[in-house]
Design a protein around this ligand. Structure first.
Ligand code: AMP
Length: 414
């Protein structure tokens, strides 16, 4: 089955075409045909597309919205110019898997999309006003372009966290707010946490029930999950993806009272502050320079800038604090797993986070940590009681696999 995986943001769209079926999933032999991303949707967009391991091509086109973008992509991939022989026409796309950010309390697993499900995703717009509308547009556009007979599946960022117990998902605010407005922790990055938990237990040959780990997704957005018996019992992102760890431009945890204090002192509205905490805070806000960890590390090396150092230190300290909290929440864990652009590629950040964790039995192997960049591997010493791993995430692969399983009615094992 050729599955088109669509991950649409407000002005960007990431996509992959992955050929997979139950046999290939079982043998871990899914075939990635092509992948790419589109930036600048709404204006003159830049399209990068890569067929297998050939060099990627860059194209530009005026693309007014998601619908125009998908139409362009499908037409291009199916054309002779693209050099993708597996897709000769849109009829060669057998299914579409969509990343959907918020599934609220309704969607506990990946779901075949019909009108009722689409309405359910619309009902969650309140919870993710920036993301769900774009995801819906992506679904509608794919339906129009490929026809209703091509099955589409929604894979939710929130659904893996449905196992959270009440003590972890309820906030200590008046309970009627939960009843009336579903104010609670939902958690995000679920597909990523689920994928690396699956890889961890595959690598160690463990059954799901013995998967007791803390996963740290450290990318532009960052979140931690406490996974006990294979399912999350806590996670750091909350009602929205703002809570928890320090991120590229997001503050993570702050005292909620600072919102009204900033409003008063700076004369800002609630939505101004929302914006401030989401887009001008985190690594960018502290350093005053950039949200990009790689650039911050280069700057620190070259100029030893105080605020750059602070940004990196606060980022790592917060992550370490969450590891400690989750060890307590879970009654101990077997491993800490790093993923995401920073978690996969920065031995320095991993080392800073794990510094002083010897009390918990966590001992990084300096050489292994240094050489495990962009690939899977154990980075703790042989006798470390709490293990540490770096595992590259692969949300698109999980979306393609879920799409196949949901269409065939096979419950997902991961
Ligand atoms: P993601 O959102 O998962 O794509 O991750 C993006 C973040 O990963 C950015 O802050 C990048 O600077 C960071 N990143 C990627 N490669 C490296 C690297 N080699 N060292 C440090 N940070 C990196």
């Amino acid at each position: 089955m050729n599955v088109l995986v669509v991950n649409s943001g407000s002005s960007t769209l990431k996509f992959q075409v992955i050929a997979t079926d139950l046999e290939r999933i079982g043998e871990d032999k899914d075939d990635r045909i092509c992948r790419g991303e589109v930036e600048g949707i709404g204006g003159e967009a830049i399209i990068r597309i890569r067929y297998r391991s050939y060099p990627s091509r860059t194209l530009t086109a005026p693309l007014r919205d998601i619908s125009a973008t998908l139409e362009y992509l499908l037409r291009y991939i199916a054309s002779d110019q693209s050099g993708v022989p597996e897709i000769r026409s849109t009829a060669d796309v057998n299914a579409v898997g969509h990343r959907v950010v918020h599934g609220g309390e309704m969607f506990k697993e990946s779901t075949l999309i019909d009108d009722r499900v689409l309405k359910g995703i619309e009902d969650c717009i309140d919870l993710a006003p920036l993301h769900n509308p774009t995801n819906i547009k992506g679904i509608q556009a794919a339906r129009e372009l490929l026809g209703k007979d091509v099955p589409q599946v929604a894979v939710f960022d929130t659904s893996f966290h449905h196992s959270l117990p009440e003590q972890a998902y309820l906030y200590a605010v008046p309970y009627h707010l939960y009843r009336r407005h579903r104010i609670r922790r939902y958690g995000f990055h679920g597909t990523s946490h689920r994928y690396v938990a699956f890889r961890y237990r595959a690598t160690r040959g463990l059954p799901r029930e013995q998967t007791n780990i803390i996963t740290l997704h450290l990318g532009n957005g960052c979140s931690a999950a406490a996974i006990k018996g294979g399912f999350p019992v806590d996670t750091s992102m909350g009602m929205t993806p703002l809570e928890g760890l320090v991120m590229g431009t997001r503050s993570g945890d702050v005292d909620p009272a600072v919102v009204s204090i900033i409003a008063r002192k700076e004369g800002l509205s609630a939505s101004d502050i929302d914006m401030l905490l989401n887009t001008q805070s985190g690594l960018l806000g502290i350093s005053g320079l950039t949200n990009d960890m790689r650039e911050l590390q280069a700057e620190l090396q070259e100029h030893d800038d105080r605020r750059v150092r602070l940004a990196i230190e606060i980022f790592c300290y917060r992550a370490r604090k969450y590891i400690g909290a989750y060890l307590a929440a879970m009654g101990g864990a077997d491993a800490v797993v790093f993923t995401g652009g920073i978690g996969e590629n920065s031995p320095d950040v991993r080392a800073r986070i794990c510094t002083g964790m010897e009390w918990a039995g966590l001992q990084l192997d300096a050489a292994k940590n240094q050489e495990t960049v962009g690939r899977e591997g154990r980075i703790s010493t042989d006798d470390s009681k709490l293990l540490a791993y770096a595992i590259p995430t692969d949300e698109e692969l999980l979306i393609a696999r879920d799409t196949v399983r949901v269409i065939l009615g096979v419950p997902h094992p991961s």
